[in-house]
Write a protein that binds this ligand. Structure first.
Ligand code: IVH
Length: 669
């Protein structure tokens, strides 16, 4: 390669890696596997080592990725959070062992641990109390996500042990168990929210939510792997982790002391299959030198310790042939290309189909019919095609081109700027969209109409008996009875269930309408704020985004839904049928009593500390502010309230509320 070509390649790699970092750390939506990412990073690293004149301080090889998000306060780490060197094979691990033994002349013990596949967290404790939890960020400073982390049940909030250092930092990985992940994604797909690619992204995404109540509902867990303090209880890593376990942290049982590298290999090979029985994902093994003195002697490179290394398991991959690509139309008209494959065995199940995500993915792979493709199954539910073996391509094979018209109704597809998917805009007449909306409407979490499955909806639709959800309420027994497989009894049960659904509360009806981006929680929030459908229909983007949890995307989707005359007509019919479009005293989502309120705390209190009140305000949807201004909605006034605050509040006519009234307001008494 000529020097100019090397420079060009380096620039391309840096740009691509930076893009992947952003997708991974900030958007929590990666488009390549870890393995593919590491290949790019390795290629860049090799080129930079060979041509040091092209090295740059800002190269991604010099920096750990950054997950910093502007909405959280950034906090400096007391001890920088470094990353780990990766290896994928035995030889590289033996090299690591040789390097360690070259520096350390005494005997060495290694600690083997699972490499947890989640989001890393650094938690500081002071005098036994959880003080602060910070994400890795760029390694030097990260986001303060304390309120969110406090909702994770296996992280102690208060530790009472005699041996506890006055101050310590514990590091670990926040994980979303696979079962929780699968449930969450099912819900997201139903609410037309992009599903998370894998449990790791779901955990990272959850940690960055602005509402701790939603975080609490996601059942995250934390596994700890590193204790740091000026007064550590022991001089080795293994005993320190055992001490942490005694203090109430979750340290996995599998952590093992190994006397040599052969024992390390035994651990790796045992857990390669054993890890599948764990409730959460792990993607390798971390090997650490046990003695802290030896660790110190080995030291660090600019971005990782020399005393530890990660051995990563390769994501399971198989090779098979691409038979065809079909284009599916979802409930909201989103088009998903799906590959039909020659059946192949992968991680214990036969794979016949794989998702291709969108047009960009197809062009990136430069996919042709009959290509030999690599299929990978990571944490994802649906396997994906990660590459093509071009050497097996038949010259005459046809290139896969993305469709321009809807395969179901023929309408020309559209693609909105900034979105990856194509859409069929024929919202009203495209059959899978109509059927999808009806299926969503009758589903258990929406109107809960029993006895009407996907097949029956298909049947009713094909016989022209239902064309939209309001038609359901006009169905008659004599129309249903003659349908295939439906006897008189089932038909009567269906009608009974449809009638019963009329009593469904307003927030569930809102969810059932299937407005894009309006999931169960958002529907509850909306129902609490806009207590009748007419208020909601008349709300503009500004009023909507003024509500906690509703961002511009959701607001735009709601406004678009109600500006469609057919939707308004349908709602009119549903109203006439007797469906509830008015909030009859439903509670909002847990603790939304302070939604949108800006509250100033002043004085001293009996029941809780000021910090606890701060937390309670945020937990209930409010915002705490330090000073009284025109924006203040309320003052929580304790004993001996500050005089200047009192005068300002009187001047501006801001209501003051006592401690006990406040507790009543948030439902704590
Ligand atoms: S030790 C200085 N142990 O892997 C060494 N890290 O690639 C600090 N990770 O940022 C890391 N499981 O988020 C360590 N058992 C384990 C781990 C682990 C997962 C993550 C951690 C770190 C990343 C490094």
């Amino acid at each position: 390669m000529k020097k100019s070509e090397v420079k060009e390649r380096i620039d391309i790699l840096r740009k691509e890696i930076a893009e992947h970092n952003n997708r991974y750390y900030v958007l929590s939506q990666p488009s390549v596997s870890d393995f593919e990412y590491d290949i790019l990073l390795n290629e860049l690293d090799t080129l930079e080592k060979k041509f040091p004149e092209f090295m740059s301080e800002n190269s991604p090889t010099r920096r750990v990725g950054s997950d910093i998000n502007r909405e959280f306060e950034q906090v400096e780490h007391t001890y920088p959070m470094l990353s780990l060197g990766n290896t994928y094979n035995e030889e590289e691990l033996r090299d690591f062992d040789s390097r360690v033994r070259k520096t350390i002349s005494q005997s060495i013990e290694y600690v083997c641990e699972s490499k947890f596949d989640g989001a890393s967290i650094s938690i500081t404790y002071k005098n036994g109390s959880l003080f602060r939890a910070v994400t890795r960020g760029d390694g030097n400073k990260g986001d303060d996500v304390t309120l969110n982390v406090k909702t994770i049940k296996n992280i102690p909030l208060k530790i009472e042990k005699k041996t506890l250092p006055a101050e310590f930092v514990i590091r670990g990985e926040i994980l979303m168990p696979r079962a929780v992940f699968n449930r969450l994604n099912e819900e997201r797909i139903k609410s037309d929210i992009v599903p998370f690619a894998n449990p790791r992204n779901a955990a990272a995404g959850t940690l960055k939510l602005l509402d701790p109540r939603i975080v609490a509902s996601r059942s995250l867990v934390c596994m700890v792997y590193f204790l740091l303090s000026e007064e550590l209880p022991y001089d080795n890593h293994y005993d320190n982790l055992k001490a942490a376990s005694d203090w109430g942290f979750s340290v996995p049982e599998s952590i093992t002391l190994c006397r040599n590298i052969e024992e390390v290999f035994q651990f790796i090979s045992y857990w390669e299959s054993g890890r599948k029985n764990l409730p959460y994902d792990t993607d390798g093994v971390v090997i650490k030198v046990n003695s802290l003195r030896q660790q110190q002697e080995l030291g660090f490179t600019s971005k990782s310790p020399r005393w530890a290394i990660a051995y990563k398991y390769k994501a399971e991959k198989a090779t098979t042939r691409l038979l065809s690509v079909v284009f599916q139309v979802g409930r909201t008209g989103a088009i998903t290309p799906v590959a039909n494959l020659e059946p192949v065995l992968l991680s214990g199940s036969t794979v016949k189909r794989a998702t291709l995500h969108n047009e960009d993915q197809i062009s990136l792979l430069d996919l042709h019919l009959n290509d030999l493709v690599y299929v990978e199954k990571g944490g994802e539910i649906i396997p994906k095609i990660v590459g093509v073996d071009h050497s097996f391509r038949n010259e005459n094979s046809r290139k896969i081109v993305f469709i321009s018209n809807c395969p179901e109704c023929g309408t020309e597809l559209i693609k909105n700027e900034g979105e990856a998917n194509h859409f069929c805009p024929n919202y009203l007449h495209c059959p899978p969209q109509i059927k999808g909306r009806i299926e969503h409407f009758i589903s258990r979490k929406a109107m809960n109409i029993d006895g009407l499955g996907e097949e029956t909806v298909d049947l009713l639709f094909n016989k022209n008996l239902i064309k939209n959800i309001s038609d359901l309420y006009d169905l008659r027994l004599e129309q249903l009875v003659p349908l295939e497989r439906l006897g008189e009894k089932s038909a009567a049960n269906i009608l009974k269930s449809i009638r019963k659904s009329i009593d469904t509360p307003y927030s569930r009806v809102l969810f059932a309408l299937g407005i894009r981006h309006v999931g169960e929680t958002v529907a509850k929030t909306i129902a609490a704020r806009f207590r009748t459908i007419d208020e909601l229909i008349n709300a503009d983007v500004e009023q909507l985004t003024g509500v906690n949890e509703i961002g511009p995307k959701i607001a735009a989707s709601i406004v678009a839904y109600f500006s469609d005359a057919d939707n308004i007509e349908m709602i009119k019919r549903l109203k006439a049928t007797g469906l509830k479009f008015i909030n009859e005293g439903e509670p909002g989502p847990a603790g939304s009593s302070l939604n949108g309120k800006v509250i100033v705390i002043s004085g001293t209190f009996l029941e809780h500390s000021r910090d606890e009140y701060k937390e309670l305000i945020e937990r209930n949807g409010g915002k705490n502010s330090a000073s009284v201004s025109g924006n203040t909605s309320l003052i929580l006034a304790g004993e001996n309230m500050g005089q200047s605050k009192k005068m300002k509040a009187d001047e501006l006519g801001i209501p003051m509320i006592s401690e006990s009234d406040f507790l009543e307001l948030i439902g704590e008494v």
